[in-house]
Design a protein around this ligand. Structure first.
Ligand code: CO
Length: 489
């Protein structure tokens, strides 16, 4: 067991170096360094990959004798990861990496030039290679399950269908009810100097009690969180002059991811259980801090004084109007700009298409039309520009199928976790007073301290004493928006 752990900890040091190179590439690297940096990353990446499928690791896993629950989990999770990559022939794996890297670069060009044909031939190959991978990874009924399991262990397409179908109806109903009230003015539709936005975001992190000895905030085009190593998590945000909400909620979102990463026990570090439970669980925490907490009325009451002091133009709005402003529900084209209600529709659309694609029910060349058709059905809007349609996200072109559902699962888990938390802590009072320690303590005790010991559904059951159910999200949305508007759901 000790030798196995040493092996994993050594591997973690190489992958941490890799993560630092990535972070630098997306933040401070001078542009001309890109090509050589890609070579360095691919060299070290290849080395780490070979370590992760070596016969030596296979032997260590086979001979390990776990004595604790944690070590049993390390061997179980480690073995699953090992088999996953060992089952796929390495030339297929490398081919997929190579083709999807080129495809993702072509996607940028295709999006800019609004021309799907630029990316189509490579994208066809990416889809084929992923179908091939699904065969090697193995599944019972649905090849999509093999791909989904890489991001959300234990989740199946059948369950997604069962959950997403009623959620789709519910979301459309909420949207129509809210629209029936009439247009809501958005106090945030104004230009605000990036400098004062920056000042406010720095303050916000301090207010949330972020640990600046273990975390830093920088700027990037697409906000992200990168856990670089022990006691080192990097987060980024972005500043858009005429969209001050963008930076505020990007910062809180990434702060949520960082909290999770920094609260996993130090003794798990570098081991298979030393990360979050799944992509969906990780997202449940960013969404919890961003939406459940950050878009709540108590939170806005707590930050109101500082907010209007930093942005004096906003002082004419009472706190309820700012709260409404950060929760505006509207039909939109772009997923990353969607509110917490209509976000579900954006994911369901992607899920239905990628599910059909992997099951040979949809071909790559038909994606643009299929997207536009389904988008109009769900949102009632026509797509006139493909960069607002199927070319908006990088995930598919980079070879990630089964990733999108984890975003929505994150929203659903967050609501179920919130329901359980409210039974133990006086959430509204604590949040209004800016006393986040008890909220964080509860999450650490129930979730963060467990790392990746349990699969998402089991962890959710342990945290909430209930099976995974979308009714908590439906209740959360109903309660929040019937309090905000004179509507019935
Ligand atoms: Co996130």
């Amino acid at each position: 067991m000790d030798k196995l752990k040493e092996y994993y900890q050594k591997m973690a040091k190489y992958s941490d170096a890799l993560l630092l190179l990535y972070w630098d590439m997306q933040t401070y690297m001078p542009p001309a360094a890109g090509e050589y940096r890609a070579e360095v990353i691919s060299e070290i990446g290849g080395f780490v990959f070979r370590m992760s499928i070596s016969d030596e690791l296979g032997e260590l896993l086979k001979n390990a004798e776990p004595v604790s629950e944690e070590d049993e989990a390390n061997v179980r999770v480690g073995q699953k990861e090992y088999d996953k990559y060992k089952k796929v022939p390495s030339d297929l794996f490398e081919e997929e990496m190579r083709v999807s890297t080129i495809c993702e670069q072509l996607w940028q060009k295709a999006r800019k030039e609004r021309d799907f044909e630029i990316v189509q031939p490579y994208f066809e190959r990416v889809v084929e290679l992923n179908k091939e991978m699904a065969k090697y990874l193995g599944y019972e009924k649905d090849p999509y399950d093999a791909l989904l399991d890489r991001f959300e262990p234990g989740m199946k397409a059948e369950e997604l269908d069962r959950i997403f179908t009623p959620l789709k109806e519910f979301t459309i109903k909420v949207l129509e009810e809210i629209e029936s009230v009439g247009k809501v003015d958005d106090p945030f539709e104004r230009e605000i100097h990036v400098e004062s936005q920056e000042k406010f975001n720095r303050w916000l992190l301090t207010y949330l009690k972020y640990d600046s000895t273990k975390c830093r905030l920088d700027v990037s085009t697409h906000p992200f969180t990168n856990p670089i190593g022990m006691n080192d998590v990097r987060i980024t945000t972005r500043y858009v002059p005429d969209d001050p909400k963008n930076s505020i909620f990007s910062t809180i979102h990434e702060f949520g991811h960082a909290q999770y990463a920094l609260s996993i026990p130090e003794e798990f570090y570098g081991l298979p259980i030393g990360s979050s439970a799944s992509y969906g669980f990780d997202e449940s925490q960013s969404r919890f801090w961003e939406n459940v907490l950050g878009r709540s009325l108590p939170f806005w009451k707590g930050i109101y004084k500082k907010f209007v002091e930093t942005f004096p133009d906003m002082a004419k709005y009472p706190v309820e109007e700012l709260w409404k402003g950060v929760n505006i529900v509207r039909r939109s084209y772009i997923r990353t700009e969607a509110d917490e209600v209509t976000y579900a529709l954006h994911i369901i659309l992607r899920y239905e298409l990628e599910h059909a694609l992997i099951n040979d029910e949809l071909s790559v060349k038909d994606i643009p039309d299929a997207w536009d058709e389904l988008f109009e059905k769900l949102f009632g809007l026509k797509i006139t520009n493909i960069s607002l349609g199927c070319l908006q996200d990088p995930h598919w072109y980079g070879g990630s199928f089964g990733y999108f559902p984890t975003y929505l699962l994150g929203n659903l888990y967050a609501a179920q976790i919130f329901d359980a938390m409210k039974k133990d802590v006086d959430f509204d009072t604590l949040v209004e007073n800016g006393e986040f320690e008890k909220v964080r303590g509860w999450l650490t005790d129930k979730i963060y301290s467990k790392g990746r010991m349990y699969e998402p559904k089991e962890l959710l059951k342990r945290v909430t004493n209930n099976d995974f159910d979308s009714k908590y999200f439906i209740n959360y949305i109903s309660e929040k928006y019937t309090n905000m508007y004179p509507i019935q759901l």
